[in-house]
Ligand binder design. Structure first.
Ligand SMILES: NC(=O)c1ccc[n+]([C@@H]2O[C@H](COP(=O)([O-])OP(=O)(O)OC[C@H]3O[C@@H](n4cnc5c(N)ncnc54)[C@H](O)[C@@H]3O)[C@@H](O)[C@H]2O)c1
Length: 445
């Protein structure tokens, strides 16, 4: 079966979710572009958007419409060629509206899994629950006579486990988009020894069309990205706890969030990033990783406590950040949640005191935004960390410990066989987490 045939009938499971909606958008564009080729006029391309939440599905078309409009505006030249025989389409606006119609008419929303039974390709992006993923895949396999292929977006469940438990015989691949899929260029691709070679080839072709960069990860729970991220979180939590003899809970969490953002020149502090991903998502990923990697430390009582108190973070439907361990105003953290008080403590009440305890940033410090796209980034970072290395403040010490630990996590991913290449670890953290430098560096050697 060739590339285009495989994309003629596709389903996205969990299509109304954070990841599913992005995967739906990207796939709808790719399928519409195929449909609009003159030689494909007689074929019908269908993309089933399936989710258990009818309310969420009802908002999906509005989201798609807005996103497709933005995409169409960026590819006007190509669209003029596509619609060159349509003499009725003159203005840019007319072409854009026609393209939106052509993309949307491919998409069919449904709350029923039966809609997947005619698909040749199924993207699975439901919640991170291995048993539920296996159950749905098994049900589809029992009812679908098209020998379907599965792309799972799982953040952590080993592909061989899904493959074996659902008895798919190599027809499933980990195709791990980063959030949000429409923007993030990185996709981690995960195969195991039984993965069908045609499926891998198809995935490479599809990624190329979507202009994604594929980084292969070996099939170990958490893969590269979450393998680093979860352990990085746990270090941040431990570092905050180590400050409790000097600071209150809220002060310590503010301090470590600042270390892991300002001092480390990262786009977000570690606790803000946890809120962005969601405390519930982090908990689910650790629940998958801990027993499968036989690593007891992959667990946090505090994350459990936050979830039990319904302090989860994540995003509102307008994309704004929900309160989690931090409280946000205009996207900026302004308070820290104290689970013992079950209340938020304002950062303004202690900021000056804690900043003084951490000490000044090195004089060569530049914010992440000024460093990340800077051509002279390597020199800037090496000068900055050299200055920091010579300092003797609480802030510089916490930063050194954090950077060294992050490197050790990266090296462990290589020794544990999650990847053979240090480069892959660095690429995932640079592209998937927008870090300005890879964790495996020599700043403190
Ligand atoms: N959020 C992230 O940053 C991120 C990044 C990479 C990968 N992932 C992974 O992607 C997957 C989806 O995560 P998400 O963050 O989009 O979750 P989400 O909660 O936003 O979306 C999941 C969607 O699945 C739907 N769903 C639940 N049960 C279903 C069922 N039985 N049938 C059909 N739909 C069902 C839900 O209604 C929801 O809309 C997970 O495996 C997650 O680990 C998430």
């Amino acid at each position: 079966m060739n590339y285009e045939d495989k994309l003629q009938n596709v389903s996205v499971l969990g299509a109304a979710g954070k990841m599913g909606s992005g995967i739906l958008l990207l796939t709808a564009i790719e399928m519409a572009d195929l449909q609009l080729k003159p030689e494909n006029q007689s074929k019908t391309f269908a993309l089933n958007a399936i989710d258990v939440s009818p309310a969420a599905l009802s908002g999906l078309f509005l989201y798609l419409k807005a996103q497709v409009r933005k995409i169409a505006e960026k590819k006007m030249v190509a669209l003029r060629t596509v619609y060159k025989d349509r003499k009725d389409l003159i203005e840019n606006g007319e072409i854009i509206d026609q393209y939106i119609d052509d993309v949307l008419k491919i998409v069919h929303t449904s709350t029923s899994i039966e809609s997947t039974y005619n698909s040749g390709l199924i993207f699975e992006a439901i919640i991170e629950n291995s048993d539920l993923k296996v159950k749905l895949i098994t049900q589809i396999l029992e009812n679908n006579n098209n020998d379907p292929w599965f792309f799972t977006n799982t953040s952590s469940v080993p592909i061989n486990e899904l493959d074996t438990k659902a008895n798919i015989n190599g027809k499933i691949l980990g195709f791990h988009f980063y959030n949000p899929p429409a923007v993030q260029r990185l996709v981690e691709i995960i195969a195991w020894e039984k993965t069908n070679k045609d499926l891998i080839e198809f995935a490479q072709a599809y990624a190329k069309k979507l202009r994604k960069t594929l980084v292969p990860s070996n099939d170990k729970a958490g893969f590269i990205g979450n393998g680093h991220f979860m352990r990085d979180i746990l270090f941040g939590l431990k570092q905050a706890e180590s400050l409790f003899d000097k600071m209150s809970f809220a002060e310590a969490f503010y301090a470590v969030n600042r270390i892991s953002q300002d001092f480390m020149i990262r786009p977000m502090g570690i606790f803000q990033l946890m809120d962005y991903v969601g405390q519930d998502v982090c908990q689910k990923i650790m629940i998958v990783m801990r027993p499968r990697l036989n690593e007891d430390s992959l667990h946090s009582d505090l994350i459990d406590q936050l979830n039990s108190q319904d302090v989860k973070g994540g995003q509102n439907s307008d994309g704004s950040q929900k309160a989690g361990i931090l409280f946000y105003e205009k996207g900026q953290p302004t308070a820290v949640y104290d689970p013992n008080k079950k209340d938020y403590v304002k950062i303004a009440d202690f900021k000056e005191k804690v900043d003084n305890m951490l000490g000044a940033l090195p004089s060569l410090h530049k914010p992440w935004k000024a460093v990340v796209g800077n051509k002279g980034k390597d020199q800037i970072l090496s000068d900055y960390f050299n200055e920091l290395k010579a300092m003797d403040t609480l802030g510089s010490q916490l930063t050194k410990d954090y950077v060294i630990n992050s490197k050790n996590i990266g090296l462990k991913l290589v020794t544990d066989g999650v990847t053979e290449k240090e480069d892959h670890v660095n690429t995932v953290m640079l592209m998937g987490f927008f870090h300005a430098y890879g964790p495996i560096n020599n700043y403190f050697n």
